[in-house]
Design a protein around this ligand. Sequence first.
Ligand SMILES: C[S@@+](CC[C@H](N)C(=O)[O-])C[C@H]1O[C@@H](n2cnc3c(N)ncnc32)[C@H](O)[C@@H]1O
Length: 270
Amino acid sequence: MERPAWAPRSIDISVPSVSRIYDYYLGGSHNFEVDREAARKAMEFMPGLPKVMQANRAFMQRAVRFAVDEGIDQFLDIGSGIPTFGNVHEVAQSARPGARVVYVDHDPVAVAHSQAVLAGNEDAGVVAADLRKPREILASAEVERLIDRNRPVALLLVAILHFVEDEDDPYGAVAELRDALAPGSLLILTHASYEGIPLPAERAAGTVDVYKDIRNPLIMRSREEIARFFEGYDMVEPGLVSMPHWRPRTAPEDEDPYAFSGFAGVGRTA
Ligand SMILES: C[S@@+](CC[C@H](N)C(=O)[O-])C[C@H]1O[C@@H](n2cnc3c(N)ncnc32)[C@H](O)[C@@H]1O
């Protein structure tokens, strides 16, 4: 198989990756046949998966604009993925020129492509790191350079925590990041769940099996379990809701039924 310029030598392009599968769902071009095959298999169980991803992106963009309106001008986006259109730096920097953005991902393609997209953007940077090691993220040169830890930050954990298993202590990692950020910081989060999916859970479980097969299990958590990630945060209105219900710009009733899968919320530390 020919290796395109955006695929670092270190990666095994015969194994599907979560970030490239997601890129495919969003209509991007940074994916291989193995990724498309896994995505199509997952869609046999949940044909509306791209609609879930689009609702997730639309929420993220509304939440970033909300953060800017709240006076936030620095963003730490962990699990930022392969940039497509309407990324955090585009939304934040067009609403607030000079806004600082740090992308963090453990996927080499996501990191390499983010670096290419951000070349020449002095106010944004990329860190290759793992959410399960928050201390490494906080101590990274790009976080040191771009984020003033004495002022509020918007921390984005959008569509990432459902890839972190309980045994890897996702709650501990989220708490460590919360404690490291200044009061008034925001947590912007989405998470997959069996709740809200317009299908019986047994059928949606077929999608979960696809991710298990590629050794990146998708952890479906209940609304209650997802709400626990906001410990130490006050929920911003309207709380933890399905994605189209978070400060919508268009009528939620016009959304595809799949857009209501999983949960989205924003919290603020006191
Ligand atoms: C579904 S994508 C979401 C991308 C983006 N946040 C969005 O919502 O559009 C999930 C991303 O999280 C990354 N990821 C998964 N587990 C991670 C971990 N433990 N540390 C860092 N990144 C991780 C994947 O590589 C992938 O790029």
